[in-house]
Write a protein that binds this ligand. Structure first.
Ligand code: NAD
Length: 295
């Protein structure tokens, strides 16, 4: 069993750290919000007084923070953690951040002799709680293999996408495609229903036809067509519109850097931005169905 430091105990990090404790690891936790450490302390975690304290005497350090700015300020600069981390410690950042930011931090780590991987996740809060996350890793093969047994205690699918930053690139490509599939599915469902079709019948026809996709398989956006999806509980829970907009912003930044054309992703981002302006930021991203609602 490993000695692990875990920084960032929010919606995702909290249950991920809990699963490491359940697997028998010794976990030292830190979050700038004190209260978030309490349930983990009850489960057997040691609470660190500061981020610096969370990185001492650990074999693996995991961070799960909101965005690039948080990750860069945690690790970089004179007071950053890279100044304190033992080179024997493997660093895993699971936050979803800009690929360029992930490369910047991993390069700075490498200059100090510290192995670091980007390991963003897919699977949401449900996957974090159930320990079934997908980890999409960027970094060296050696670092990926070192991380594998620890990641396996929090997830069930582990992918090595390539070098530093590649995990972030793959993650934002996937989420950009997901946003396009979801908006397209919602648009088609509304057209069919407005022309008199039953949404469940239409969903089944498209699911088995050439329009079939993940939204129709497991995450239907029309209320009542599927049980146990956000659409059937007023779009509560699931993957927030705010987070989808954040990931689409990262995709647009990456597209600008790479000089590639992403018209579908750009349109989806604009649709989601308008949707947020209508008050849906904290709802599941399948609530985009409401934007197509006919009079
Ligand atoms: P969250 O806001 O709930 O949690 C982030 C935590 O980081 C907060 O508790 C915050 O206090 C803490 N934090 C911020 N700066 C810190 C610092 N310097 N030191 C210590 N703690 C600090 O966010 P989340 O939903 O847990 O998401 C985390 C990451 O995972 C994001 O990058 C998000 O895009 C990604 N993600 C989220 C989901 C999801 O469904 N929530 C799914 C996949 C990926």
């Amino acid at each position: 069993m490993a000695k692990i430091g875990f920084i960032g105990l929010g919606n995702m990090g909290g249950p991920m750290a809990t699963n490491l404790l359940k697997a028998g690891h010794s976990v030292k936790v830190f979050d700038i919000v004190d209260d978030l450490t309490k349930p983990l302390a009850r489960d057997g975690a040691t609470v660190a007084e500061s981020a610096a304290a969370a990185v001492t005497d650990v074999e693996v350090l995991i961070s799960m923070l909101p965005a690039s700015v948080h990750v860069e300020s945690l690790y970089l600069g004179k007071s950053g953690l890279l100044e304190r981390i033992d080179p024997a410690t493997l660093v895993v950042d699971s936050s979803t951040i800009a690929p360029s930011s992930a490369v910047k931090v991993a390069t700075a780590a490498s200059e100090k002799g510290i192995a670091m991987i980007d390991a963003p996740v897919s699977g949401g809060v449900g996957g974090a709680v159930a320990g079934t996350l997908t980890f999409i890793v960027g970094g060296s093969t050696e670092a990926f293999e070192r991380a594998r047994p620890i990641l396996a205690d929090m997830g069930k699918n582990l992918f090595h996408a390539g070098d530093a930053g590649a995990g972030q690139v793959a993650k934002i490509c996937n989420n950009m495609l997901l946003s396009v599939l979801m908006t397209g599915t919602a648009e088609a469902l509304q057209l069919g229903v407005s022309k008199g079709l039953d949404p469940a019948v239409l969903s089944e026809i498209m699911r088995k036809s050439s329009g079939g996709n993940w939204a129709l398989e497991v995450y239907n956006p029309w209320p009542g067509v599927m049980e146990n999806v956000p659409a059937s509980r007023d779009y509560e829970g699931g993957f927030l519109v705010d987070l989808m907009i954040k990931d689409l912003g990262l995709a647009m930044e990456a597209a600008m850097e790479a000089g590639t054309s992403t018209p579908m992703g750009s349109l989806a981002r604009n649709l989601y931005l308008n949707h947020r302006h209508q008050g849906f930021g904290r709802k599941d991203f399948s609530s985009i169905q409401k934007m197509f609602e006919a009079d």
